[in-house]
Design a protein around this ligand. Sequence first.
Ligand code: ADP
Ligand code: MG
Length: 921
Amino acid sequence: MTADISRKKDDPTASGRWHVLSRQDVLGWLDTTAQGLTTEGAAPRLERYGRNELPAAEATPALKVLARQFVSPLIGILVVTFVVTALQQHWADAAAILVVLLLNAAIGFWQERKAETAVRALQRLSAPTCRVVRDGAERELAAAELVPGDVVLLQSGERVTADLRMLEVNALQVDESMLTGEVLPVTKQVHRLPVHTAATERTNVAFSGTLVTAGRGRGVVVGTGSGTELGIINELVQGPTGKTPLQVLAHSLQRRIGVVVVVSSGMVFLAGLALGRGVSEMFRTVIALAVASIPESLPIVLTVAMSLGMARMARHNAIVRSLTAVETLGSTTVIGSDKTGTLTRNELTVEKVWTAADGTSDLHAPDLHAPDLHASDLHEEAGSPHRGRLPVALRATLRAGALTNEAVRAPAESGTAGEPPLDYTGDAVDVAMLRAAVHAEAVTPEERDARWLAHTPYEPEIRYSQTVRVEGDVRVLYVKGSPDVLAGMCPTMATDRGDVPFDREQVSAANHALATDGMRVLGTARRILDPDEPVPRPLQPPSGLTFLGLEAMEDPPRHGAAEAIAACQRAGITVVMVTGDHPVTAASIARRLGLGTGAQPVTGLDMEDMDDPVLATRLRESGVAARVTAQDKLRIVRVLQDLDEVVAVTGDGVNDAPALRAASIGVAMGRSGTAVAREAADIVLTDDNFVSIVDAVKQGRVTFNAIRKATFFLLATGLSSLLAVSVNLIAEQPLLFLPIQLLFINVITNGLQDIALSFEPPEGDELERSPRPREEGMLSRTLWVRTMIAGAWMATAILVAFRWTLDRGYSEEHARTLALTLFVMLNFWLVLSARAENRSLFRLDPFGNRLLLGSALGALLLYLGATQWALTDDLLGLVALPPAEWVTCWLLGASVLVIVETDKLIRRRARSALGSGPSRL
Ligand code: ADP
Ligand code: MG
C-alpha cells in the first residue's frame, strides 16, 4: 500500500505525488532516513501496509479447464458417437460412452489442475528479491517484505520491486515499456518535478515492475503491493501458455489416428452392410470400435509426464518456467555454457600480481612485504596512513583494484560481539580485489568506504569500471578491467624508472603467462586529474591513463563439471564454453574440464570474418568461444540452430536476454543472474551449476521416453482391437466384442495403465544414447514397427482363441468372454514390456514403477470381479470363466511379452553388431 500520508489533510501532496517533494521531504514524510529502516522499524510497517505483492493471478477458471478437456479431434469423434448412439436409443452403450467421456474429462481436469498448481509452486520458488539497506547495511531481502520507507538499491539487470522515489542515480536507465509501452529506456534523476507531471514522465520515480537497463541507483520505497503504479493499472504481465511442440506433435498424431479410425470404421461399416449385417448392429460395432481404438488419454499422459518431469527437474535445481522446456531439454544437442560461476566456482582469490617494476609477485608468499621500497616515482597517495612496506608498484595496483570497486561490507553476523568481520559481498571479481588490497594493507577499510566523486560501474559490455576519488588535495581516476581494453586507454605505464610509454608486448606477455594457468587476469590503471578538470556525470570513457599492473585470480572448475561434460559427450551433446574472458584463460579451463579437442579457442574478433559453417566447425573443435560479446553469443546460437541443432544456452546479464530468447532453451542463473535474464529464460538454475543443466537434460529425456512408452502401448492396443474386429467381421464370424465390452476395456486397461506408464522412472542410461533426431515424431521407427507387430499379434491371438472356442462348441457368450479375457491379459503383459524401449524387461527393477504394477494388477482384479459378478455379467454380456481358462488366458497373454522382448533382443544384437550403438542398452 502507498504510505498513508493523505491523513495529513493540510498537505498538498496526496499519495502518488511523491515526485513533487524534495528528497529530504520524502524521507521526512515516510519517517525514514537515507540509511533506510531498522529491522524493528520495518516490522510494524509490514503489518500495516501488507506484503509487497499483487493479488495472485486468477487460476484458469475451472469451467474453462473442464471445457478444454473436450476439444480434441478424438474426443470429438466420441461426442459424435455418443449423440448417434443416444439417438438410436441404445441406452446402455450411450451410457458407457458417456462414462468414458466423463471419466476422461475428470482425469484430464484433475491432472491439469495439479499441473497448474505445481507450476505456480515452482514460480513461487523463484520469487523476486531485492537489495535493501536495513540496519545501516546492505542486504538481500525478499521483495514481498519491502515496506514504505525502505531504501532500495538498483543496478542494471534488476527489476524494480516497488515504487521508489530516487535519492541517488548514476546513469540509471529504466525500461518502462511494461507500463507505458514506450520502448526507449528512461533516464532517471533525483530532482523535484511539477505537480502535474504525468505518471509516465515522473523521472524521479522508478516504478515497480520496470527493468533497470543500465547504471545504478538508490531510492526510497513510496508504494508497495497494490499501491504501486503497476498495482493500480493492475495489468499483470503473464507468460503466454501456448501449446508445447510436443502437444502439437501429439495433436497431429491424434488427428491422423482420428482419420485412420474414421476411415477404417467406415470401411468396416460398409463391409458389414455388404455382408448382409443389419445397419443398426453395424452402427454399434463401428461406434464401439472407434471408441476402443482412439487413444483419448494421450493428452492426459502428456500433461502427467511433463509435470512429473518438471517436479523432478526442480529437485535437481532446475526450475522450469514452461512445460515446453521439459521436452525440448531432452532433445538438446548443444549446450553453450558460461564459464565463470557455471563451469567454474566463481570463488575468486587474487593469487598473483604483476607489475613492470616488480614482475610477478605471489600474494601468498610470506616475504611479500619487502623491507626495501622500490625507487619508483609513482605518485604516492597523499594522506594514506598505511604506507606499509609493500613494493610501491604492487601497492598501487592493489589500491586501484580496491578503489574502483562495488563490493560492500557483508552485514555482520547477528550476535557476534566485538570487531565486525571485514568481509565483503558483491561481484566476485570486486570482492577478490578488495579483499586482496585490504589484506595486504594497501588500503584501509575507511579509505575504501569513503564516498567516490563519480563512478562508472562495471558492465560486461564495457569490461571495465572507473571511479574518481578525492585523495588529500588531488582527485584520482582509478580504472580496472580487461587488460585488452585498458591497453587502448593507457599511453603510459608505471615502471621502476618512472612512467614510460605503454609497452603492449610486455604487458600482453605477462597477461598471457598468468592466463595460461587458467587464471582470470584484470588490469589496473589510474590518472591524477588536473586541478581544474571538470568531472562530467556520467563519466566519459577514460583515456590518458597510466597502466599500473595486473591482478590474477584463481577460479577453479566446479566440482563435478568435468564429469558432467564427459557425460554430455557420451550422450551426443556438444558443449561449448562461451565466455567474455581471455582466450588463454578460457583454453586452460577448457583443458582442465576436458572440453573440445584442444584446438585454439574462437574469439569474438575471429568470428567477425568467419562465415557460419566455418564458425560452427571451429566451435565444435575447440569447444571454446572467448572474448565474446552478447551479440556474438546470439550469433553463435543462431548459427548452430540453422544447422538444426537444439541449442541450450546460459546467460546472466541484461544483454544475454536476446540469446536466451533465441535459444531453444534459455538457461538463466538463479543466484548471479539478473531478473532480465531470468525472465527471458526457459529454465532457471537455483545453484548456477553446469551439472544441473546436464541433470535437467537427462530428466527431459526421461520424460519424453515415458510419453513414448505410453504412446506405444496405447497405439498397439488400439490397433489390435481395430484389426481384430474388422478381420473378424470380414471373415463373417459372429460378433467378436460387444460395444459395451470394448468400452469397458478401454476405460480399464487404457485409462489405468497408460497413465501409470507415464510415471515410469529413469532407466539410468538416458545419457548413454544420442539425442532423439529432430524430425522423429512421437514414436521412433523402431517403435512404429513394434506397434504393428504387437498389434497384429494380439489381434491374431484374439481371433484364434475366439474361433477355437466356438469350434469346441462353446456358446457365443463364452467365446466372447474368453476372447475378451485374453485381450485383457495381453494388455497386462504388454504394459509391463512397454516399460523399457530397448532394455530387456528382466533387467528392470520389477518394483521400479509401483504405480504401474498396482494399476496393471488392479485392472486385472476389476475385470475378474466384473466377470464373476452376475450383475456386471448381465450388463457386459460376460459369463463366469472357470479358473483353468483364466490361467490359460493369462499364460497365453504372455506371448505378446515374448514377442516384444524378442524384438528388443534382435535390435540390441543388430546394433551391437553394427558397433554403432551405445554399449549399455
Ligand atoms: P565470463 O563470460 O567468464 O563470465 P565476464 O563477461 O564476466 O566473463 O568478464 C569478461 C571480462 O570483463 C573479464 O575477463 C574481465 O576482464 C572483465 N571484468 C569482469 N569482471 C569485472 C569487474 N568486476 N570489473 C572490471 N572488469 C571486469
Ligand atoms: Mg560473468
